[in-house]
Design a protein around this ligand. Structure first.
Ligand code: 2XP
Ligand code: FE2
Length: 293
């Protein structure tokens, strides 16, 4: 068996607006344009990932929220219509995706050995969350690789960011070990935005970019601080500052996705490549890749 490895880890945020503005055939609404910087950033990310010849995308998503531990998609195929609950005007996406169940079970098992509560999700009628769908669609629009999909146990909401971090760190280590043990070449996707204050009203034309801007300067300063850690190879500092980042920037990293990614990558001390930064309804979003040597 070949040696398994994480060939890249990515920040791959999931605003449905990015899929809407790209007009893939699976999405019903049509857009004229919009959010080009982030969409072109995803193009640059794909140019890094496509030559890496990987087997599987492993995504940790803030929008599959489980309240008893961490769940994993556990059937080989899921097919349905995903409608965004807040933006049904933008996102009505017909998905048909395949799961690497063997790898999912391996991560689930190792995480359980590490003391986490884990469950394989085997309901064939389960509707996959739009975070997973948007991150995967923007990263690999061909949908020709299986995925592993990991839920976010809402530990930051129920307990504290510190408890969330302990569990996300253990989950990240388990993910890495399972990838190595199963011989997979994996690309990891942390599906979260950075700062996450939303606009409270929407214009008539969603892709009217004259309205799009950061929500406030404090949010922007936090995003730039985190991205400077990314660019300087300070993975551990990102995790160390997570409690302040989550509370002050209302970051969607509260889901644990970014902490999980840092742990799986072994706390990268080499730079991540920032392919784009931009806002979506005021939230801060960055497309980033870390490619281990
Ligand atoms: O509200 C969320 O979490 C979303 N994903 C919706 C859109 C833009 C967010 O960044
Ligand atoms: Fe989100």
């Amino acid at each position: 068996m070949s040696t398994g490895a994480i060939v890249a880890g990515c920040l791959a945020p999931h605003p449905p607006h990015l899929v809407y503005a790209s007009n893939p055939p699976q999405n019903e609404p049509r857009a004229e344009c919009g959010w080009e910087e982030l969409r072109w950033g995803y193009e640059r990310l794909r140019a890094v990932l496509d030559p890496l010849d990987y087997d599987v995308l492993v995504v940790h998503t803030p929008h599959w929220q489980t309240y008893v531990g961490t769940h994993f998609l556990g059937l080989p195929n899921f097919k349905s219509l995903s409608v965004d609950p807040i933006f049904p005007n933008l996102f009505r996406f017909h998905y048909d995706l395949n799961v690497d169940v063997e790898l999912a079970e391996a991560i689930c098992g190792r995480a359980a050995q590490a003391g986490l509560v884990t469950t394989m999700m085997r309901n064939p009628d389960f509707r996959v969350d739009y975070g997973t769908i948007v991150s995967c669609q923007m990263t690999r629009p061909a949908w020709d690789k299986p995925i592993v999909c990991i839920s976010s146990a809402r530990t930051a909401a129920w307990y504290s960011v510190e408890v969330m971090q302990e569990q996300a760190l253990a989950l990240g280590r388990a993910t890495r070990e399972a990838i190595e043990a199963t011989g997979r070449r994996a690309v990891l996707l942390a599906s979260n935005s950075l700062s996450h204050r939303h606009f409270t009203s929407e214009g008539d034309v969603p892709e009217d970019m004259s309205r799009e801007h950061i929500y406030n300067h404090g949010q922007y300063l936090w995003d730039m601080r985190v991205l400077e850690h990314v660019r300087q190879g300070r993975g551990r500092e990102i995790v160390d500052e997570m409690p302040e980042f989550v509370s002050q920037a209302i970051s969607e990293a509260d889901a644990g996705s970014m902490t999980w990614l840092m742990a799986a990558l072994g706390m990268p001390d080499y730079p991540g490549q920032v392919h784009a930064y931009g806002t979506v309804i005021g939230t801060g979003n960055a497309v980033v890749s870390w490619v281990p040597a």
